[in-house]
Design a protein around this ligand. Sequence first.
Ligand code: URA
Ligand code: SF4
Length: 218
Amino acid sequence: MPQKKPDRPGAEAWLPQHLDPEALAAGIEACRGCELYRAATHGVPGEGRYDADLMLVGEQPGDQEDRQARPFVGPAGRLLARALEEAGLDPDGVYRTNAVKHFRFDPGRAGKRIHKGPSRAHIGACGPWLAAEIELVQPKGVVLLGATAGSAVFGSSFRVGASRGRELEWPEEYHTEWQPEWALATTHPSAILRSRNRDKDLAALVEDLAEARQLLAR
Ligand code: URA
Ligand code: SF4
């Protein structure tokens, strides 16, 4: 594990004693577990059904998510909702969250904020929030959207490529009492928005989500 820096103590100290949706959201908004809170507007908790069988984990909030304090409300979120529907899953019936709860970006021209993926240390510092959401929602299965979500659960050597679209055993060493039955890794919808083969890549995401639906139906 990377060394903890004094300005990056990790999220533990901000975890509420009693876990409920309001306490979770307030804790994330107040969190100073790493330096990402400084430049961001809000900490963004997950959203959706707290009794969902399926949890989807993205990377971090984007520009819109940071302004609205809600996950998946921008272009990637719209694409994800469409893919869920095409796979026969109700977008309102799942719980959606991110591996890291504050938006990391570089300043661009004219006030634009350029997305910058979280580092290994940010993923580690923010890990207690994802674990808390897993305890709260107790999902049967977890879809990991992209490498950041994958490494938040399986460790930093995780790559989506080799294992995408199929049932993965939930890692025993993941530090929650609640153990989901399975994980399934797939592409992040933002990668599809950037792709030159959008239709093909979207079809592959839909196929992977349809596999998750099959696993839920078992
Ligand atoms: N991308 C993510 O990973 N999460 C969001 O909430 C929005 C875009
Ligand atoms: Fe806390 Fe995570 Fe935000 Fe860092 S990114 S301040 S650990 S909520």
